[in-house]
Design a protein around this ligand. Structure first.
Ligand SMILES: Cc1ncc(COP(=O)(O)O)c(C=O)c1O
Length: 349
């Protein structure tokens, strides 16, 4: 069941210029770069296609050998690659839940795969039995987002483990928000063959603009990724930015702590507003909030220059907005705007 597209396995990999020599080199006349472009140095040279230094730094941070690590231009690139490498177009489907991160379904369809979605339970918990009964030999890969976007839920580890234990295909555990959760090491210690842990530098690590993500997976999968991805998928500065962020871990941690205390403060104040129906518990850097009239609140916030995400069109998410936790000043501006909107509503009644 844990298969790749057969033709990929026998494909001779594309080798880039820098792959083809061994030993110490002094002069590089192999890749048709402009060696005179000192204005761009050192970026007049192609980046390392194997991300060696970045994987080494990640390996030290995670305590996981580099051959279990792969890096992509955001975790989105890795999701796209998985859907390209796994599943037969026109025959297979991905298995996932709804509501969840929309990229899994969109890119599955782009790659000719169908999408089998199982709705979460009303309390956003994982419907393990239903998921397992939706699985068969045509669902070679499942996507679970933990903590889940947009619900903010950290499913119980036992429920996820029960699914993994009985599901024969690849299980992707997308941990984009794990650093904000009560289990910041996520599934790392529990990882077993066939699971793919997806992480990103775009959320807690603050590097969304660099496009950097990574996965912890079986060496067989990592090796196939490095044989079939685009040769230079990560720029040199992006790889360096990842290493620098890992070196600044205490700073990252302190920003996470501020976000967590702001999340708590926002939740408490939001619960007191008459336009708010429910603030769902969150283990992420956002809050999913059910309003009485989410569309009106969305528009009223926008007219005050504040953009949030309307999620009311998703199953189980009627009348909800997803609010990212910003700086304390931004959060205060959001609360001020919401208080004002609430006041208008009550005087309009
Ligand atoms: C659950 C989840 N996974 C992955 C991503 C994509 O992250 P990246 O910026 O690394 O592509 C996001 C972005 O919003 C997300 O919410």
């Amino acid at each position: 069941m844990r298969r790749f597209k057969a033709h990929l396995l026998s494909l001779p990999p594309y080798t880039s210029a820098r792959d083809e020599y061994e030993g110490e080199a002094r002069i590089f006349l192999d890749a048709n770069e402009n060696a005179l472009a000192e204005w761009a140095a050192p970026h007049h040279r192609y980046p390392d296609p194997h991300h060696r230094a970045l994987r080494q730094a990640l390996s030290a941070y995670l305590g996981t050998p580099p051959d279990y690590l792969l890096c992509g231009a955001g975790s989105d690139e890795i999701i796209n690659w998985l859907l390209q490498a796994i599943g037969e177009p026109g025959r297979d489907a991905i298995l996932t839940i709804t509501p969840t991160y929309g990229v899994y379904a969109t890119y599955a369809r782009i790659h000719g795969l169908a999408v089998r979605e199982v709705q979460l339970n009303e309390d956003f918990s994982l419907p393990v039995e239903q998921l397992l009964s939706a699985a068969d030999d045509r669902t070679p890969i499942a996507f679970l987002c933990r903590p889940n976007n947009p619900t903010g839920t950290l499913w119980k580890a036992d429920a996820v483990q029960a699914f993994i234990d009985h599901y024969p295909g690849w299980v992707v555990l997308d941990e984009a928000y794990v650093e904000f959760s009560s289990e910041p090491t996520g599934w790392l210690k529990r990882r077993q063959a066939g699971t793919i842990i997806l992480r990103t530098f775009s959320k807690a690590w603050g590097l969304a603009g660099w496009r950097l993500g990574y996965a912890i997976a079986d060496p067989e999968l990592v090796s196939l990724f490095y044989r079939t991805k685009l040769p230079y998928n990560l720029s040199t500065p992006a790889q360096q930015a990842g290493i620098e962020a890992l070196n600044r871990y205490p700073q990252v941690l302190s920003s996470i702590q501020t976000i967590l205390s702001e999340r708590h403060r926002l939740l408490k104040v939001l619960q007191t507003l008459p336009i708010v129906e429910t603030v769902f518990p969150s283990e992420t850097n956002f809050l999913l909030v059910r309003f009485r009239e989410a569309r009106d609140v969305y528009r009223a916030l926008l007219s005050r220059g504040i953009v949030v995400r309307y999620r009311g069109n998703l199953p189980l998410c009627e009348n909800t907005l997803r609010l990212t936790i910003g700086t304390p000043a931004e959060n205060e501006a959001l609360l001020d705007a919401l208080r004002e909107i609430a006041l208008h509503r009550s005087s309009a009644v």
